[in-house]
Design a binder for this molecule. Sequence first.
Ligand SMILES: Cc1cc2nc3c(=O)[nH]c(=O)nc-3n(C[C@H](O)[C@H](O)[C@H](O)COP(=O)(O)O)c2cc1C
Length: 276
Amino acid sequence: MKRILGLVASQRKRANSEMLLKEAALAAGDECQLELMRLAEWRLAPCRGCYTCLIPGKTCTIGDDLYPLVEKIKEADGIILAAPCYAFGPAAVTKLFGDRIIALTQHLDDFWDKPCVIIATTGKEGWEGYTLAALVVMTRNLGLALKDSCMFMGSLPGESVLMDGALERVRLLGSRLFGEARLPVQGECPTCWSDIWKFPEPGLAVCPLCGQRAELVVTEEGVNLNYGLASTRHKKVELMHHNQELQAKVKEFLSRRNELEVIRNAYKGGGNWLKP
Ligand SMILES: Cc1cc2nc3c(=O)[nH]c(=O)nc-3n(C[C@H](O)[C@H](O)[C@H](O)COP(=O)(O)O)c2cc1C
């Protein structure tokens, strides 16, 4: 019996994200048990940026539902994340969770290579913005093994399953959770699958999420992207290394605290803070 954890980022009940997630879970295999979490029902506060979780032996000080959620992820054999597009990005609750990345890195060993698929839903063709890219990088940051990701159309609750090919596609996505990962598709970064590129200088494209670089080459057929070496940003060793860099920053802060305090104190006044 495999345990699937379904994370639903929509508050609409029996709507597009939830329905597609349930279809994907059914397609994941006969011997699967689905547990669901509606993320907005769990208390997830914004990261305070205090870096306490970087100090060996310490954890996040917030005391919300982060760690119960972590436990659920640990227990699961596979994760299905389903999130609607709001204002061109994923619904904010996904970011609230993803922003706790430093505390979550403590669990990299438990999360590492745990299968995951992503379902995104959007109401208007071409208005999906950076939704998929944001979800993809969040799962990569957590060390999950991303097997498939797809954007589904549907504005009204329930409409998404009526769209041409949607059920077929979401079932394929579900079947991949414990199967082979799909290959990157046209336009996606071949390393992390983000569909967003930056062009910092002529002839160069850079994936802003994993740092993958590509040379732009004009051919008779159009512009080709010639990829360099695969980016290693989301390899375990790199993620751990970044964590160590941050730990070093905490030590640096402690040793430079007094000097920085003098600089910061100069900004003590200069405005009235409004409170809710
Ligand atoms: C506050 C809000 C913002 C939205 N913003 C977008 C948007 O920027 N682009 C888009 O294509 N759809 C947008 N939508 C539509 C939803 O992405 C779409 O209806 C989705 O299928 C909802 O998923 P659900 O049924 O699981 O809640 C928005 C919906 C809401 C409620």
